[in-house]
Design a protein around this ligand. Structure first.
Ligand code: ADP
Ligand code: MG
Length: 317
C-alpha cells in the first residue's frame, strides 16, 4: 500500500459561529499531485493551515508523514515546502537574497545552500531578475519568486495555495509545468485552486470541497463516472416541434434536453454511440440542422450535479 503523507480525519474548524471545516476527511499518498478544488470560502486555506499546524482546530486529527502535527513539529515541518496564497517575501531583499533567506532556514551548509538557491532561480526562470527587489517584479514573476522561496530546500511535501490566481498565461503555464517537474523529481504535492481546468490538467487525485466538506474525491475519471452526465451534445436546429422534442427525449441514454434560441443541448448518461443515434433520428425525420458538437463532462459538471451550483459562477469572487 502506498505511503500516506497526509491523513486528515473528521477535521472540524470553527471561526466563532462559522463552520469552516465540517468533518473533513482526506488522505494524500506519496507521489501524488493532490488537488483541493473548491469555490472561494470552501475551506481550502483553512485546511492547509491545519495541515501546517498554523491554526488550532476544534476536532479531528491531522497526521503528516504518519505523525500528529504540532506547532513545534520542526522535524516534520522541515520536510514541507509552503507557497501561501498571499505572496510573503521581504520587500527590502532582492530576489536572490529572498530565496537564500528562506532556504537558509532549512539548509545550514553554505555550499549546498548555494546550489539549492541557484536551482530554485533556474526552476522559476528568475535568472535575469536575481538582483531585483520584489516591487520591481510583475505579478507573475512575484508569484514565481514566492514559489522559489517555498521549494528551494527540496521538501518532500509541497503545498501550494492558489499559486496561479491573477497571473499572466505565460507564468501560469510555467508554474503548472514546474509543479509537475517537482512531482516527477519525487515531491508529493498538494495543490489548491478554484480553476477546475488546472486541477484537471495536473492533479492525479482530486477532492472537491464545498462549505468545508469534501463532497467527492477520486481521479478525474472516477469523479466524472460518479455523475449522470456522460456526454453533452449540442446542435443548431432551426425548428423542432414539441412532439419531436419528446421523441428525442425518449431516445436511449438521453436524460435531459434544453432547447433555446435554436440551440439544442442533449445530456446523455454514459452509453456509446449517442451522437450516431441522435443523428439517425434527425435523418429519419428529415430535420435539417447546422453545427453539431459533443462535449465530455468537465469537473464543473461534477460540481454542478453534486452541489446544484456552478463552480464557474462561484469562482468569480
Ligand atoms: P478558501 O481558501 O477555500 O477560499 P477559507 O479557508 O479561506 O476558504 O475560508 C473558509 C471560510 O472561513 C470562509 O467562509 C471564510 O470567510 C472563513 N474564514 C477564513 N478565515 C477566517 C478568519 N480568520 N476569521 C473568520 N472567518 C474566517
Ligand atoms: Mg484560500
Amino acid at each position: 500500500m502506498a505511503e500516506k503523507v497526509v491523513e486528515i480525519e473528521n477535521l472540524v474548524k470553527r471561526y466563532k459561529e462559522l463552520v469552516a471545516l465540517d468533518h473533513l476527511n482526506l488522505t494524500v499518498e506519496k507521489g501524488e499531485i493532490f488537488g483541493l478544488l473548491g469555490p472561494n470560502g470552501s475551506g481550502k486555506t483553512t485546511a492547509i493551515s491545519c495541515i501546517l499546524a498554523l491554526l488550532n482546530f476544534d476536532k479531528g486529527s491531522v497526521k503528516v508523514f504518519g505523525e500528529e502535527i504540532q506547532p513545534d513539529s520542526y522535524r516534520i515541518k522541515q520536510q514541507i515546502g509552503v507557497v501561501l496564497q498571499n505572496v510573503a517575501v521581504f520587500e527590502e531583499l532582492t530576489v536572490q537574497e529572498n530565496i537564500d533567506y528562506f532556504c537558509g532556514l532549512y539548509i545550514k551548509d553554505k555550499a549546498e545552500r548555494k546550489k539549492c538557491v541557484e536551482e530554485a532561480i533556474t526552476f522559476a526562470g528568475l535568472e535575469d531578475f536575481r538582483k531585483f527587489l520584489p516591487k520591481k517584479l510583475s505579478g507573475g514573476l512575484l508569484r514565481r519568486l514566492n514559489i522559489a522561496c517555498g521549494i528551494a530546500h527540496k521538501p518532500k511535501l509541497i503545498i501550494l495555495d492558489e499559486p496561479t490566481v491573477a497571473v499572466d498565461p505565460q507564468s501560469r503555464n510555467r508554474i503548472l509545468e514546474g509543479i509537475q517537474k517537482l512531482n516527477r523529481e519525487g515531491a508529493t504535492i498538494i495543490y489548491t485552486s478554484h480553476y477546475m481546468e488546472e486541477v484537471e490538467q495536473i492533479c492525479s487525485r482530486i477532492a472537491i470541497l464545498d462549505k468545508g466538506r469534501c463532497v467527492a474525491s477520486g481521479t478525474k475519471e472516477e469523479l466524472k463516472a460518479m455523475i449522470k452526465t456522460g456526454e453533452k451534445i449540442h446542435m443548431e436546429v432551426m425548428e423542432l416541434t414539441p412532439e419531436q422534442l419528446e421523441e428525442i427525449q425518449s431516445l436511449q441514454h438521453v436524460y435531459q434536453l434544453t432547447y433555446d434560441k435554436g440551440m439544442l443541448e442533449i445530456r446523455c448518461s454514459g452509453g456509446k454511440h449517442n451522437l450516431v443515434r441522435i443523428l439517425d433520428y434527425f435523418q429519419q425525420k428529415e430535420i435539417s440542422f447546422g453545427r453539431v458538437y459533443t462535449e465530455l463532462p468537465t469537473l464543473n459538471d461534477v460540481f454542478l450535479e453534486i452541489t446544484g451550483k456552478e463552480l464557474r459562477d462561484l469562482a468569480e469572487g
